[in-house]
Design a protein around this ligand. Structure first.
Ligand code: C5P
Length: 225
């Protein structure tokens, strides 16, 4: 049987990634971080010298790379570059500014999004898990609009910058806020993840701590039919 899907969207720093992961663990579900795939694709494009702004070049890379991500336990992301025989572990590299600052260039291409979305659906279907929390920007609207649980997680820009700055060392709060605003501005041109689509539950974590945010997600899951 197909896994139960919990779809969670939201902007950077909303708590989406860490809260989704913790909620998935409590539910006994896997977690698919779709942003990690966009990041890995940007990393691979930078590594191979592909033009990130050229949709055909990114599509060619998508046809020739291999991507793998763990759905349980500690997250591990690996990529086999075209022509390479061994996988590269990119778990840490995809979080670096070099990738964060460029990722919106690969995620802007509609055909690239379609291909990745097919890949996400295949990963979930083949997971063999009872349920999967899948998080990103367009999961509630495009990837899994029929999911029984759909959540949009938000927080004020100030709170989001604070949380991100806490995760990254050696970067000022102002720089983080500027980066988040710039990335959200580019990303919202492509997908609207600031306003909940009909039927999507809004969870605002501005005034919630980590534990309360996890509980808010669990409450939505338990209220689902
Ligand atoms: O979630 P995270 O911040 O790691 O996502 C990295 C980038 O991947 C986003 O800034 C966005 O450009 C892209 N993305 C997307 N659609 C998703 C998930 C991520 O366009 N479902």
């Amino acid at each position: 049987t197909a896994p139960i899907l919990v779809a969670i969207d939201g902007p950077a720093g909303s708590g989406k990634s860490s809260v989704s992961r913790a909620a998935a663990t409590r539910l006994g579900f896997g977690i698919l971080d779709t942003g990690a795939a966009y990041r890995a694709l940007a990393w691979a494009a930078l590594e191979t010298g592909a033009d990130l702004d050229a949709e055909p070049a990114v599509l060619e890379l998508l046809g020739a790379w291999r991507f793998d991500i763990t759905l349980r336990g500690e997250q591990r992301v690996t990529v086999v570059l075209p022509g390479a025989s061994a996988p590269s572990d990119v778990t840490a590299a995809i979080r670096e500014h070099a990738v964060s600052g460029q990722v919106s260039r690969v995620s802007q291409h509609p055909a690239v999004r379609d291909r990745l979305n097919d890949m996400f659906r295949a990963i979930v279907a083949g997971s063999g898990l009872p349920g999967v929390v899948i998080e990103g920007r367009d999961i509630t609207t495009v990837v899994a609009p029929d999911a029984p649980v759909r959540i949009l997680m938000t927080a004020s820009p100030e709170v989001r910058a604070e949380r991100r700055a806490g995760e990254l060392s050696g970067v000022s709060r102002e720089q983080v806020l500027a980066d988040i605003i710039a990335r959200d501005a580019k990303d919202t041109l492509v997908v609207d993840f600031m306003n909940p689509a009909p039927g999507v539950t809004l969870v605002d974590t501005s005034d919630l701590d980590f534990e309360q945010s996890i509980q808010a997600v669990i409450d939505v899951v338990q209220a689902a039919p």
